[in-house]
Write a protein that binds this ligand. Structure first.
Ligand code: SAH
Ligand code: SF4
Length: 394
């Protein structure tokens, strides 16, 4: 089935700026790296820590991009900063707003690559779905991003820059002197956009550290969820070095099926994955892990699957997020019926697991999970290749 053409409530396109400058972008540098960069460019060592702290606050707390506005710094120092540095975030190429309020941005990063960022407003909160790579080297057979050939890791600046770009668009930087507003439009982050975050560990970590920093955007670690397909060796590091919530793209209850759906399973199988997951909550103060489970008709959605899943989860603080498959043009699978999804959820619930069914958001603008892929990305795999990787012709 070819999905109908996207209904777009509101499309805005933005003119592209030409060649980025050769200035050093300060966005994405850790506090230490920022300090060192200032020293390397002539700030006396004794002052560097303080200057870095001041600049940090301007950038991440107040959303200031122009050094001239950093009024607690001396004028000539500001002029020097403006000459050597810049505060640059990814450029918005287009923005689409769904009927349900979901916003999908296509942003442009250095080298002309483009990634998607999705903002999902909900009752009392708002979640930003952030990308960590252009495309993905993994080839999960149900995922649109996995069909994209071109891949590069995003820098920490490009990752935190997505959050800053969204705050710009939501007009959510605090006003100096205004009372602190605790209700945030952008209150949560999920690393569930394009790419496998744990294949870009350091940059994701540095970006999330910046987002969590007490003198900046200040999102608590429990407001960030990192989703991985199961890069086992990096799971422990995620607990140690980021400490955010973890979601895992589980999607199957036997290695045979998971090998096809999530091919990284051939490297780290279900048993090895579960072993790593068992340790995670202990290392981060016993928080529940979210098991993501995409519902694919006649592939992984039987009652037996549900019972097997319950057995596998034994001993792990978990909740299961059932994701109705979001179809994309050429996808080799179909979505399970609503009745099937509900029956599957009931078995999990009876075993004591919360198992919400994820409502697809922004479907009319292809913003739902697994549909992200820049329309401008032409180098794509053929339908034949996709089917071959899925190991079948459905
Ligand atoms: N690479 C990471 C994070 C990005 S994907 C990961 O795989 O976990 C975010 C979630 O959407 C994952 O659980 C992914 O498996 C799921 N997903 C991918 N394609 C989908 C599709 N077409 N329909 C529904 N969910 C999908
Ligand atoms: Fe990559 Fe995640 Fe898509 Fe798999 S589901 S191809 S890991 S983005």
């Amino acid at each position: 089935m070819e999905p109908s053409a996207p209904i777009t409530q509101d499309v805005m396109t933005f003119p592209r700026k030409e060649t980025p400058s050769d200035k050093i972008n300060l966005v994405g540098l850790t506090r230490d790296a920022l300090r060192q960069t200032l020293i390397d460019n002539g700030t006396p060592e004794k002052q560097a820590k303080m200057r870095a702290g001041q600049i940090w606050q301007w950038i991440y707390q107040w959303g200031v991009r122009d050094f001239a506005e950093m009024t607690n710094l001396a004028k000539d120092y500001r002029a020097m900063l403006a000459e050597k540095f810049e505060v640059r975030v990814p450029e918005v190429v287009s923005k689409q707003v769904s009927e349900d309020g979901t916003r999908k941005y296509l942003v442009r990063i250095d080298g002309g690559h483009e990634v998607e960022v999705v903002y999902i407003p909900e009752e009392g909160r708002g979640t930003l779905c952030v990308s960590s790579q252009v495309g993905c080297t993994l080839t999960c057979s149900f995922c649109h991003t996995g069909t994209q050939k071109l891949v590069r890791n995003l820098t920490a600046g490009e990752i935190v820059g997505q959050v800053m770009m969204a705050r710009d668009d939501l007009n959510e930087w605090p006003e100096k002197g205004a009372p602190k507003d605790e209700t945030r439009l952008l209150s949560n982050i999920v690393l569930m956009g394009m790419g496998e975050p744990l294949y870009n560990f350091e940059n994701v970590r540095d970006a999330m550290k910046i987002v969590m920093d007490a003198e900046g955007i200040q999102l608590g670690r429990r407001r960030i969820t990192l989703s991985t397909s199961g890069v086992v060796p990096e799971i422990h590091r995620t607990a140690q070095e980021i400490g955010c919530l973890l979601a895992v793209s589980f999607h199957a209850t036997t290695d045979e099926t998971r090998d096809v759906l999530v091919p990284i399973n051939k490297k780290w199988n279900i048993e090895k994955l579960l072993e790593a997951l068992r340790e995670y909550p202990k290392a981060t103060n016993s928080e529940r892990i979210t098991f993501e489970y995409v519902m694919l008709k006649d592939v992984n959605d039987t009652d037996e699957d549900a019972h097997r899943l319950v057995k596998l989860l034994d001993g792990i603080p978990a909740k299961v997020n059932l994701i109705p498959f979001n179809e994309w043009p050429g996808a080799p699978y179909k979505r399970s019926s609503n009745n099937r999804i509900r029956a599957f959820a009931t078995i999990l619930m009876q075993a004591g697991y919360a198992s919400p069914i994820r409502t697809p958001r922004g479907e009319d603008i292809m913003a739902a999970c697994g549909q992200l892929k820049s329309a401008t990305e032409r180098a794509r795999k053929s339908r034949k290749e996709i089917l071959r990787e899925a190991g079948q012709a459905i």
